[in-house]
Design a protein around this ligand. Structure first.
Ligand SMILES: Cc1ncc(COP(=O)(O)O)c(C=O)c1O
Length: 434
């Protein structure tokens, strides 16, 4: 089908609120490794990986082969019948997950993984109130939108009661108007004020992302999560760590983002990069916490952890271990970071570069003094990079953060190729915004 026909049907038969990148939306047809092709045969270097999801690149032969084998055997069983792939995947996850996290509950998306985490925390603690962070993103259900801390993603004013938001550790735009490190990480201690003033004083959970993804790759300072963990436990809550974007080595050095802060989650959620594009969500915890569930009632997930998604996840993790482990990501990520820092030196439209591993954010501003967000500059950068054959992502509460997050199998050569295009595109954007 040609491009115009696809776009016409999109307009006619899909809801108009689909968020489509680019002035002229881009229907993709196929992918291979780090590259994708549109329906007109144009090739793009994919530095957004389907929103940080194709962790081992498009159409990785090992993932494809194992999925095809599984499709030929059985596609669906439901969670009523145990399956070899699902239990093997759960075992593999227990091997790489931090601390004592051992047991999994599989669903189909990050939203459901977070829903399941909140349900578990409420059941285990017997408490109802939950704290999330401003600028966080938790998904698209009523509960997940209520946990989300960015107004544009909270459709319809849907409010699940009992959720409060604490300030995040957004040092570039400190919510408390302080500067790190003189601030003494006051934003972390502000969590205690929120619990003391806006809840009954007893909480079920605090939910955090190690690096806020949709929020614009906001990366807290080293002391932050230890303080948050201590306060959470002091008030009887469980610490839920959402690794939907940061999991599976994305941040380099460790398999999960929170390990950079040396904190052990009580509950950890994951999705996106777990199965290279096959739908799978997971909520992990310690056996003594999961133990609270059977007495609480019944819950199933019809598709959750189905044999096909599970084998895709197992193959994805094996490929990561063989070809793109967290050490590889740290190395290629630091190459990317050096290149982006060099662009920061060159182009004042770049206010800040931040992130870890292959999860790097570039915040664009009108000028470095006022730090006024420049979403228009991001939009122009999008068109300029697309025209040169590079796909990137965007985010941030003000729509002014470029998200650079290629498949984890990216090499330094891929990074060089992306940096060259970014350099040319930023030159145009800087000229237009000076
Ligand atoms: C940190 C985080 N949590 C949860 C979600 C929701 O995941 P899904 O879109 O798979 O429901 C997302 C999606 O972007 C996310 O970034």
């Amino acid at each position: 089908m040609d491009k115009q026909a696809i776009l016409e049907k999109q307009r006619t038969y899909l809801w108009p609120n689909y968020l489509l990148y680019y002035t002229d939306p881009l229907p993709l047809e196929r992918g291979e490794g780090l590259y994708v092709w549109d329906v007109e045969g144009r090739r793009y270097l994919d530095f957004f990986a389907g929103i940080l999801t194709t962790s081992v690149g498009h159409r990785h032969p090992k993932v494809t082969e194992r999925v095809k084998e599984q499709v030929d055997k059985i596609v669906h069983t439901s969670t009523l019948y145990p399956h070899e792939n699902t239990v093997n995947l759960a075992e593999k996850l227990a091997e790489i997950a931090p601390g004592r996290l051992q047991q999994s509950f599989f669903t189909n998306s990050g939203t459901e993984a977070n829903e399941t985490a909140i349900m578990l925390a409420k059941v285990y603690t017997g408490q109802q109130e939950v704290i999330a962070l401003r600028h966080g993103y938790s998904g698209r259900s009523a509960l997940a939108m209520s946990l989300t801390g960015i107004s544009s993603w909270r459709i319809g004013g849907t409010q699940v009661p009992g959720i409060k938001h604490a300030p995040n550790a957004y040092c570039y735009r400190c919510p408390l108007k302080l500067s790190y490190p003189q601030c003494g990480v006051a934003c972390a201690y502000a969590l205690e004020d929120v619990i003391k003033t806006s809840t009954s004083g007893k909480i079920a959970a605090v939910l955090v992302e190690p690096i806020q993804g949709v929020g614009g790759f906001v990366t807290p300072p080293p002391e932050y999560f230890k303080i948050v963990e201590e306060i959470t436990h002091h008030y009887g809550g469980l610490l839920i760590v959402d690794e939907v974007q940061t999991g599976f080595g994305r941040t380099g050095t460790y398999w999960f983002g929170i390990e950079h802060w040396d904190v052990e989650p009580d509950i950890m959620t994951m999705a996106k990069g777990i199965a290279n594009g096959f739908p799978l969500g997971n909520t992990m915890t310690r056996p003594e916490i999961a133990e609270a569930m059977p007495q609480a009632g019944l819950t199933i997930s019809t598709f959750g952890g189905n044999p096909v998604s599970s084998i895709a996840a197992l193959a994805t993790i094996e490929v990561l271990q063989e070809e793109a482990d967290p050490g590889h990501v740290a190395e290629v990520g630091s190459h990317l970071r050096k290149g982006l820092d060099a662009l920061w030196e060159k182009y004042p439209v770049i206010g800040e570069v931040r992130g870890k591993g292959l999860m790097q954010g570039v915040e664009l501003v009108k000028d470095r003094e006022s730090k006024e967000p420049a979403p228009d500059a991001v939009n122009m950068l999008f068109e300029e990079t697309k025209a040169r054959g590079l796909l990137i992502g965007k985010g941030g509460a003000y729509g002014n953060v470029v998200r650079v997050a290629p498949p984890l199998t990216a090499t330094k050569a891929h990074v060089e190729e992306a940096l060259e295009i970014l350099d040319e595109a930023f030159a145009r954007v800087q000229e237009a915004f000076s």
